[in-house]
Design a protein around this ligand. Structure first.
Ligand code: AMP
Ligand code: MG
Length: 440
């Protein structure tokens, strides 16, 4: 099986000892093999320590994807009064002794208009959303009524008291918290804020993230036509994937493009990126044993740990900090260069960091038990994240080529199977499925 993430086993520690274990840069290439859960908890702890505390007030229109900075409490009941959920007739249920009862019409109430208290023994013509008049305790839908004349109606069904009435406060009670601090705002959450009258929301400042790619083999689409691509050169895809992931996660992205594989250039980029950013995210140059400018550059500008994560794809990961002129630090995360590795590592390790920075829940979503409609006879020694797609039969299909360089697998998939180390899968087995949309 092709696996270009790096060697299968941790490189043996040299006499200089492990870089990560010593916490000091400049040691050997030995790196501890850490579980993904351990890596995530270390990253989240670091993010919590520099959590963004600035809040800003934005129009509710512009708050999609932002994280709520202060609880939103309703001053009103929603609905504000009892109202009808049907077009029909408001009446007292007790006035309809049997199907076919004819009642005089005493008023007509359209949505947005207020009626008068209902006279006993009468019905009010009423339209969806209009307040139910005092004295009425039921609405009969118009399909079960017949206008007998301009001012009488025959009720053809005996109503239950309360039917088709939306009760005051049944959605939200005055004083209730509708949005809790730390909530990431979905479209429906914006709607909920609007139902209680919030035209503006206090949200956490967006995380500022500087992004750059390393790799002298990379060129940008548009700079070289596909038919002119020289040997040894590939297009920079991670820039698009990671930038898109950062934007989808609600970040302000400073895109530094491709930084040349040279120490000074990398150090300069890091120094500039650290000043105004919470996080510096890079791809490439963190594999074991390669000529690697990320490590010495970050080490010179701050500190760096190189980790091997017991996951596939996505084994190598660099984590550290870059000093700012004011002596504070920007977080640094170096993702592997393989396109699927950087994609999966982002979802499982970086997205939680971004949530933690904003005070949102950094934990991974609950995985779903789903049926594998495929075999996976040769599992890896590491925990694997297989690119899969739900099928119409309620099971999961596997993308045939699971190599960490095959980006088609990630674009095709709608989820990942979280497969424990050394766990073979036989068609029909139940497996843990993580929907991609739930990971961002
Ligand atoms: P690295 O982690 O730098 O050793 O890169 C591992 C593999 O990923 C190599 O095959 C690189 O060519 C490829 N790679 C690195 N960066 C990118 C990128 N930005 N876009 C596409 N492929 C990349
Ligand atoms: Mg490289």
């Amino acid at each position: 099986m092709s696996d270009t993430d790096g060697p299968k086993l941790a490189a043996p520690a040299s006499s200089e000892g492990s870089v990560a274990a010593s916490g000091r840069p400049g040691g050997s290439d030995a790196r501890p093999l850490l579980s993904l859960d351990e890596v995530r908890s270390r990253l989240i702890a670091a993010a919590n320590a520099v959590r963004i505390t600035d809040a800003e007030t934005v129009s509710t229109f512009d708050a999609l994807g932002r994280v709520v900075a202060h609880d939103v409490v309703s001053l009103i009941d929603v609905p504000p009064q009892d109202n009808t959920s049907m077009d029909g007739y408001a009446l007292r249920a007790a006035d309809v002794r049997g199907a076919g009862t004819v009642l005089p019409l005493s008023q007509r109430i359209a949505a947005g208009h207020v009626g008068t208290p209902l006279a006993a023994g009468t019905a009010a013509r009423i339209f969806t959303g209009a307040n139910v008049p005092a004295g009425a305790d039921a609405v009969v839908m118009q399909e079960q009524c017949q206008a007998v004349s301009a001012d009488t109606v025959r009720i053809d069904a005996v109503p239950q008291a309360g039917q088709w009435i939306r009760r005051r406060g049944e959605d939200v009670r005055a004083g209730a918290t509708v949005l809790v601090r730390g909530t990431r705002l979905s479209p429906q959450a914006l709607g909920l804020a609007a139902t209680v009258g919030a035209a503006k929301l206090s949200v956490v400042r967006r995380p500022r993230v500087a992004l750059f790619s390393t790799g002298d083999e990379l060129v940008m689409p548009g700079s070289v036509a596909p038919q002119d691509l020289p040997p040894g050169v590939i297009y920079n895809s991670n820039r698009y994937t990671l930038r898109g992931l950062l934007q989808a996660a609600g970040c302000d992205v400073t895109d530094l493009g491709i930084v040349p594989d040279r120490l000074e250039a990398t150090r300069n980029a890091l120094r500039a990126a650290a000043q105004d950013n919470d996080l510096i995210l890079t791809s490439g140059g963190v594999s074991v044993g390669e000529e690697d400018h990320i490590r010495p550059a970050v080490a010179a500008e701050g500190h760096i740990d190189l980790w091997q994560v017991a996951m596939k794809p996505g084994k190598p990961l660099a984590f550290g900090a870059v000093r700012r002129d004011n002596a504070s630090d920007a977080l640094f995360i170096g993702l592997p260069g393989n396109p699927v590795s950087s994609f999966v590592t982002f979802l499982l390790a970086v997205a939680p960091v971004l949530r933690a920075l904003q005070g949102a829940d950094p934990s991974l979503p609950q995985s779903l038990q789903m049926r594998a409609d495929f075999d996976w006879p040769r599992p890896d020694k590491r925990r694997e994240f297989l690119r899969v797609r739900r099928n119409a039969q309620g099971g999961l299909d596997l993308f045939a080529n699971q190599s960490s360089g095959v980006l088609t697998s990630a674009a095709w998939a709608d989820g990942l199977v979280d497969n424990p180390a050394q766990q073979p899968i036989v068609g029909g087995d139940m497996v843990r499925y993580l929907a991609l949309v739930s990971l961002l």
